[in-house]
Design a protein around this ligand. Structure first.
Ligand SMILES: *Cc1c(COP(=O)(O)O)cnc(C)c1O
Length: 383
């Protein structure tokens, strides 16, 4: 097959050929742990499914294709993928990351890897001087999330690639919020792209899966070694479902972004709303970076109602009928979340509030339903 070029062609064809056995157009779900060998060591490239599985291979090739990378790796969850990256480090190494980070990543860094001797600095990555101050000869990794969760700050990825250029520092981007439809960090020169495919990639809130994509041979070898040695791999069924989800990524993202744009504007103009955080507004502090770095502004946004304390916010959250109150994001259905008590509950209150994650903050993952129905639901909940 001719190599797909355009993004929306890669999502559908990347890494996928009709199956050699029977011509199945969709990659079969190879629900097997092991593979027959004709003689010891004489096999067809597959020996044991922790190491390799043909359905996973199809997904890994597809991931590489849509992120414009050379190698994809699939893991049992987004956090398992991050865990594999952290296992590249040694005690004494240091990491600089965001002070506005996905709660689970923060917990993994502080509660697991800090106790093993890796040191983390959490700073505002929109302020390169703050990062510069934390960098020393022990710094091995800068872990970026953009847009950030839940404050929707936008980090200038290329500026960190420039900063790390002559230093022995890897740059990794958690690209979950944007998806490769909106931004492709490997093209900007980063070393590792990570996804919680649980979100936009799979897109239907029906599985947990994580991914890494890299270009460098040695880095790929090390990560593939960790993937097999630690063993946090996804099953073939989840790989199949992720592949199926990715086929519609581009069309889903278009509608996600269209709906979010209308909802962000509706909220910003509403008399009961104090503040809306969304990178598409001209007034957003990193709007210009978002405009240059992203194809569109994404479908995640947060807002605060006027005078909203914990009780008032709880009342609003209970009124939603179409938006479902739930953790997670990136599915076709719209979700509403309360970062302070849900995704960010594991971050200390003082640190959380310093970042703007106040009790009144509500986060939306805007789905692809009819936007008029979504606006009606918001209207009755906040009104
Ligand atoms: C959900 C999420 C993760 C963790 O992924 P899981 O698949 O839940 O393990 C990491 N980063 C971001 C930005 C996320 O939203």
């Amino acid at each position: 097959m001719k190599k797909p070029i355009q993004f929306n062609t890669k999502t559908i064809h990347g890494g996928q050929e009709p199956d050699a056995s029977y011509g199945a157009v969709m990659p079969p779900i190879y629900q097997t742990s092991t593979y027959a060998q004709a003689a010891p060591g004489d096999h067809k490239g597959y020996e044991y499914s922790r190491t390799h599985n043909p359905t996973r291979t199809a997904l890994e090739k597809n991931l590489a294709s849509i992120e414009n990378g050379r190698y994809g790796l699939a893991f049992a969850s987004g956090l398992a993928a991050i865990d594999a990256v952290m296992k590249l480090l040694q005690p004494g190494d240091e990491v600089v990351s965001s002070n506005d980070l996905y709660g689970g990543s923060y917990r993994l860094f502080v509660k697991i890897f800090e106790t093993m001797g890796i040191r983390f600095h959490f700073v505002d990555l929109t302020q390169p001087e703050a990062v510069f101050q934390k960098i020393n000869e022990k710094t091995k990794l800068i872990w970026i999330e953009t847009p950030t969760n839940p404050m929707m700050r936008v980090v200038d990825i290329a500026s960190y690639v420039r900063l790390a250029k002559d230093l022995d520092i890897m740059i990794a981007v958690d690209n979950t919020f944007a998806s490769p439809y909106l931004q492709q960090p490997l093209d900007l020169g980063v070393d590792i792209v990570m996804h919680s495919a649980t979100k936009y990639l799979a897109g239907h809130s029906d599985l947990i899966l994580g991914t890494l994509v890299v270009n460098d041979d040695t880095l790929h070898e090390k990560l593939a070694f960790i993937q097999n040695a630690s063993g946090a791999v996804p099953g073939p069924m989840d790989c199949f479902l992720t592949l199926r989800g990715i086929k519609t990524l581009a069309v889903r993202m278009q509608r996600h972004c269209e709906n979010a744009t209308k909802i962000a504007k509706f909220l910003a103009e509403h008399s009961t709303i104090e503040k809306v955080y969304w990178p598409g507004f001209d007034s957003h502090p990193q709007h210009d970076i978002a405009k240059a770095q992203m194809r569109d502004y994404g479908a995640m946004l947060s807002f605060v109602s006027k005078g909203a304390d914990f009780e008032k916010t709880t009342r609003i959250l209970k009124k939603f009928t179409l938006f479902t109150l739930a953790e997670s994001l990136g599915g076709v259905e719209s979700l509403v979340g309360h970062p302070a008590s849900m995704t960010h509950a594991s971050i200390p209150k003082a640190m959380r509030e310093e970042q703007g994650v106040v009790d009144g903050l509500i986060r939306l993952s805007v789905g692809i339903e009819a936007v008029s129905d979504l606006i009606q639901d918001l209207e009755q909940a906040i009104g």
